[in-house]
Ligand binder design. Sequence first.
Ligand code: SF4
Length: 466
Amino acid sequence: MGGFFGVASKKDCVSDVFYGTDYHSHLGTQRGGMATLSDDGNFTHYIHDIRNAQFRSKFEDDLPKMSGNTAIGIISDYEDQPLIINSRHGRYAIVTVGVVQNAQKLEAEACAAGIHFSEMSGNEVNPTELIAHLINQGKDFTDGLTKAQEAVEGSSSILLLTKEGVYAARDRVGRTPVIIGKNENGYAITLETCALPNLQYQIERELGPGEIVRITADGVERMKCPGDCMKICSFLWVYYGYPASTYEGRNTEDVRNECGKRLARRDDVEADCVSGIPDSGTAHAIGYAQESGLPYRRPFVKYTPTWPRSFMPQNQQERNRVAKMKLIPVRELIEGKRLMFCEDSIVRGTQLQDTIERLYTEYGAKEIHMRPACPPLVYGCKFLNFSRSRSIDELATRIAIKELEGEYEHLDEYADASTERYQAMVDKIRERLNLTSLQFQTLEDLVEAIGLPKEKLCTYCWDGEG
Ligand code: SF4
């Protein structure tokens, strides 16, 4: 998915952008980048591969070479960013978060009009360069950003570092959040609010869907009003978002606790303890424990000192090994026990299957119950980069549906918890994972836990409505 952070300040802001961007490291594993604009009008930018190293360690040596009162940074899950673009609006640096579903069509149209692209990501045109091309078509930055928002199918939130300040454009329907922070020296713009407090920024306000602003050290100027339609990604609260972050006034940790409570309210299974699969299941499990009265235990402890999330070997076998190495089982808390686990979600279930197998065969668990904090993922995400590396055929739901139907048929029924087909699919997943019981969160409870009206949320993963 990715995340960005920018600052316009009365003072040099390189350090703020360095740490502020680093606080988005959970959102992307491929590339990190920073761009600064110095007092003499020069852009400096660096991009590093962060697959096997933390953002901070990669950029530490670059900091002395960067200076400026305005700067932007990015954690990217795919393409190289920031890009420095020379256009009829002048030079600027650009970072984007989202996915351009219609990239091929936009690229073909641009090439037919005689436009050339130089940056490549994999075998494709760099999506950020494609968006820059759309911006360049506008009569000014605001018009160009509006054109890009309208042309992109998928989602796109954008920061531009320009001589006029930092432009921020939230995705047309607000699929990802964009939030303004303020301190005594100026303004920050961020996807995650968790980046603000330790840098002494207070939350000023959140951009509405499609809204465009320009921040300078002296203030925030609204360049385009927000639209009426919002479809913010619900998965932010379930999994992606950092627990200390708040979007649309709803804190992530709080929502996860509420998800766990709601799972417990619908449950009558007896267990000895409740646990989260580290780290993303933890907050859900704490909520479950609070509501059910079951003790919270850690039968798996994550080895945090040397396993950064971004460590991503190329080979799948090695990736599975890394997933296993991170979690250390505690035999005393597993043997002979009836374990209740909360998970954020079940995507493919492959690693979970291995984990459950180990709990039974190597550590003697008596029963294993699983409570995912969201409904079964029946549809692949087409709005963010979530499923770029995962085929829809690999989803645990799709494997079950194929077994039951031979084809992907009756998806709407499989997504509806009140149908027999839904129950048959859940049973298939439970059997495959060898679980004693499996009960997913209902969509109704998830929406109520988030606390926003359903029409303002993207719930496409679960019910195909986005
Ligand atoms: S499809 Fe799912 S992951 Fe994608 S934006 Fe919608 S809720 Fe978020």
